[in-house]
Structure formats: structure tokens, C-alpha cells
Design a protein around this ligand. Structure first.
Ligand SMILES: Cc1cc2nc3c(=O)[nH]c(=O)nc-3n(C[C@H](O)[C@H](O)[C@H](O)COP(=O)(O)OP(=O)(O)OC[C@H]3O[C@@H](n4cnc5c(N)ncnc54)[C@H](O)[C@@H]3O)c2cc1C
Length: 403
């Protein structure tokens, strides 16, 4: 990793955030001939937050309505990330996925997901219970299931590390770790804990803090990011063979989250999760860890949404129950034939999903959002599947907002 002290430096482009969005944007700019790029990251390495804490699933593009950026870039991003992993010899598990229905009431959503998959260019097939048994013998479904052979799993930390190495080796990108962007001010230079960085172009790819950086530049005052905690559990190693790839429930397609699912990672470990429980700080990974002065404000916004938005209210009722092992077990048990409470063990893995809320409308924003003001571009809602979509999404941002 490269560490440098910065004192009033000058770069063509300054990118705030070394998550997958900041890194793929740097990569795209290098491809377009930019030569002087600084990536500023407050942590001591890249991918410390969402990009290194996710499930590592390369989604196929099934869930999203076809008018969204998510739908436009998911299948393409899946292919691009697979190619990157193959080229760099990174772990890539092309294990596919099934979405199973718990009861007849969920079957129309399975059919709708198939329709969306076809519209989005994702390969997906409606299958019978018998066909399901040959793909995932332990999975159970009602009447039909959706099979997505293109879904794959990567090790997100490996991907991020390989991308940093690639970028640093170009000689066109410098990384400044342990350096926090404090604010944008004039729009010509950015203040950091290590001095000012002057720029011609600034990109805000700060993930959970992107709204705060945007606000410091007078952008997106009506938008706030609310953190949702994703906790996982693990299946004991002796039982990890029960699932070959990925088994997902039918989600509520009005919500941005996909429900607790089984994912076999690239090391052969079987994880269950993540939940989507309202968190009380942007990096509140433990029960109290990461809590800060923002706690009352976040609690207030959660409470307001709870009162005014039925969609949020149903999430707030359903998800916290999964903190209780019995409920977590019950939702996992609905997906497979045999699962005993003793099959599930504690997992350290936890991530936070920052979700943008349009505060005027009291609505969750369901798609990625990009805003340009003057010479600054703000990526405001890099929600899942932004990891999967990152490469074509970066191409889009550079093409539409920068060149
Ligand atoms: C539990 C979980 C499961 C997920 N599963 C999947 C999945 O299976 N597939 C998928 O495609 N997507 C998944 N996602 C979503 C995906 O991980 C995110 O969409 C993606 O990682 C967002 O990338 P990012 O670069 O915007 O954010 P981040 O990775 O959070 O990067 C932002 C960076 O900015 C830095 N930063 C913030 N503020 C400042 C500042 N002021 N100064 C300097 N640096 C700053 C942060 O430290 C951070 O490193 C999941 C997310 C979570 C949390």
C-alpha cells in the first residue's frame, strides 16, 4: 500500500473513497487517458467498508425494473467482473443461484422476476421442483423456482486489492490512505486532515458519507443516507455441503433488500444473511461500536420514516426480529428441507448498507444517483448491486458526467 503525506497538492482529478466505486472510476479515467489522479481514503486500506464487507455475489440482473441504472449495468457488470477475475487469477465461483417460493402467494413474483430478468438481458429460467432438486437438492420451493446460472461469487477483498495494485502500477494514480476529506468548500480544492488537494475535477465516491460531502458542496440537501446493518451467520463446516451455490427467497420487490439467503463463498464456507436492520451510525458494526454524535439524528429520521412510510415500517417490523436467533433460523429454514438450529453458528461478518432517502418525499431512493455541479461529480446512492455493476457504471459516469 502507498502512503504519503500531502501538503497542498494539485491533481487533475481527486477521488474521495477507495471503495469499488472510487476504484472503478479511477480505472475508467486512466483508460480515457487521465494521468494525474489522487484517491483519498480515510482508512488505512481500500475496501474497508461496504466493498470489503459484502456477500461477494455477482448478481445477474434479475430483480430490477428495466428503467433503472441497476438493470442497465448488472448483467454487463457481472460479465466484466468475471473477466477481471479470470485475467487476474482471482477466486471466482460460477455457482449459479436459485430463487425459491415459500407458498403459492409468492409464485406471481417469481414469474415477474423472470420477466424482469429477460427484459434486463440476464439468463434465467423458470424451473420445476424436480429440476430444482437436480440443481440444489436441499432447496425447497412451491410450484416453481427461478434458476440463474450466471450468478457467481467472488472474494470482494481480493478484487479490491487487485484493482489498487493495478491502478498504482500505472503511475497515474496515487493513493492517500489515512486521509479524510473534510469538505469541498470553494469547489477548486478539497480540505483533508493532511492539507489541501487542489483539483480540476472532484469525484465524491464516499459511500456512506457521500451525502455529507455533497452537502458541503451545496448538492443534494433533500437527500440523507440512512445506514442498514447486514449481519450474517454461518453454517457449521460439517453441514456446508448442503448448499452448492446460492439459495435466495422471493423478495418484496418494493424493498431494496433481497432477504436472508444462503451464499457459498469462494472458500467453500456457507453464509446466511445479510439482514437489513436499521443501524444507528454509518459505521455501527457492533451493538455499540461505531456510535457517534449522529446517533440522535439517525434515530429521529428512522422514527419519522417509521411513522410516514409504510414500506419502511414493514422493514422496521420484520428485520430486527432477525437479531433473535429463532426468527433468523425460521426464515432460513423456509428455503431448505433440513436445517437444525445446531447447523447455524455465529459469524463475525457484518456490513452496513447506506440507503439514500429523499427526505422531502420520505421515500427510499431505489436506484443509483449521480449529480454533477460545476467540476464536481457526486455518486450518491451506491446501493447493492453496485459492486457487480461497478465497471459499466463507472464507464457511464465518465461518459455522461465527465467527458
Ligand atoms: C452486507 C452487504 C452485502 C452486500 N452484498 C452485495 C453483493 O453480494 N453484490 C453486490 O453487487 N453488492 C453487494 N453489496 C453492495 C456493495 O457492497 C456496495 O454497493 C458497494 O460496495 C458500494 O461501494 P462504494 O465504493 O460506493 O462504497 P464503500 O465501499 O463504502 O467505499 C466508500 C469509501 O469512502 C471512504 N470515505 C468515506 N468518507 C470519506 C472521507 N470523508 N474521506 C476519505 N474517505 C472517505 C470510506 O472509508 C470507504 O472506504 C452489499 C453491501 C453490504 C453492506
Amino acid at each position: 500500500m502507498i502512503r504519503m503525506n500531502a501538503h497542498d497538492r494539485k491533481y487533475g482529478t481527486v477521488i474521495c473513497g477507495a471503495g469499488i466505486v472510487g476504484l472503478t472510476l479511477a480505472r475508467e479515467l486512466v483508460r480515457k487517458g487521465h494521468k494525474s489522479i489522487a484517491v483519498i481514503e480515510k482508512e488505512d486500506r481500500a475496501g474497508t467498508h461496504a466493498s470489503g464487507r459484502n456477500s461477494g455475489v455477482l448478481h445477474a440482473g434479475i430483480y430490477y425494473s428495466s428503467d433503472t441504472l441497476k438493470a442497465r449495468f448488472c448483467a454487463q457488470g457481472n460479465a466484466a467482473m468475471k473477466e477481471f477475475c479470470r485475467k487476474k487469477n482471482l477466486a471466482l465461483l460460477e455457482s449459479g443461484k436459485v430463487i425459491v417460493a415459500k407458498n403459492p402467494g409468492e409464485v406471481p413474483t417469481v414469474v415477474e422476476l423472470h420477466r424482469r430478468a429477460v427484459a434486463n438481458g440476464a439468463s434465467a429460467k423458470l424451473i420445476t421442483e424436480k429440476e430444482l432438486a437436480s440443481i440444489e437438492p436441499e432447496a425447497k420451493t412451491c410450484e416453481t423456482a427461478l434458476h440463474s446460472p450466471g450468478t457467481a461469487v467472488v472474494d470482494p477483498k481480493q478484487v479490491v486489492a487487485a484493482m489498487v495494485e493495478d491502478l498504482a502500477s500505472t503511475g497515474k494514480v496515487e493513493f492517500f490512505f489515512d486521509t479524510r476529506v473534510i469538505g469541498l468548500g470553494s469547489g477548486r480544492a478539497v480540505d483533508t486532515g493532511r492539507g489541501k488537494f487542489a483539483f480540476e475535477l472532484f469525484i465524491n465516491a464516499a459511500g456512506a458519507y457521500s451525502d455529507i460531502i455533497a452537502h458541503s458542496h451545496g448538492v443534494g440537501a433533500e437527500y440523507r443516507l440512512l445506514p442498514f446493518k447486514g449481519t450474517y451467520k454461518k453454517i457449521v463446516p460439517a453441514r456446508a455441503g448442503m448448499v452448492k451455490g446460492n439459495i435466495y427467497p422471493v423478495p418484496n420487490i418494493k424493498n431494496p433488500f433481497l432477504g436472508v439467503h444462503f451464499t457459498k463463498n469462494t472458500k467453500g464456507e456457507l453464509y446466511l444473511g445479510p439482514t437489513a436492520i436499521p443501524a444507528f451510525a454509518r459505521e455501527n458494526y457492533g451493538l455499540l461500536a461505531g456510535l457517534n454524535g449522529e446517533f440522535p439524528g439517525i434515530l429521529y429520521r428512522d422514527a419519522m420514516l417509521f411513522l410516514l412510510n409504510p414500506q419502511f415500517r414493514s422493514l422496521a417490523f420484520e428485520e430486527p426480529k432477525k437479531y433473535i436467533s429463532r426468527y433468523f433460523y425460521r426464515s432460513a429454514k423456509e428455503l431448505v428441507r433440513r436445517l437444525e438450529p445446531a447447523d447455524i453458528e455465529h459469524a463475525e461478518k457484518v456490513g452496513i448498507r447506506p440507503q439514500l432517502v429523499d427526505w422531502k418525499k420520505k421515500q427510499l431512493v431505489m436506484d443509483f444517483m449521480v449529480v454533477r455541479k460545476e467540476n464536481c461529480v457526486h455518486v450518491l446512492n451506491s446501493v447493492s448491486p453496485a459492486f457487480t455493476c461497478s465497471m459499466p457504471f463507472a464507464e457511464h459516469v465518465v461518459r455522461e458526467y465527465i467527458l
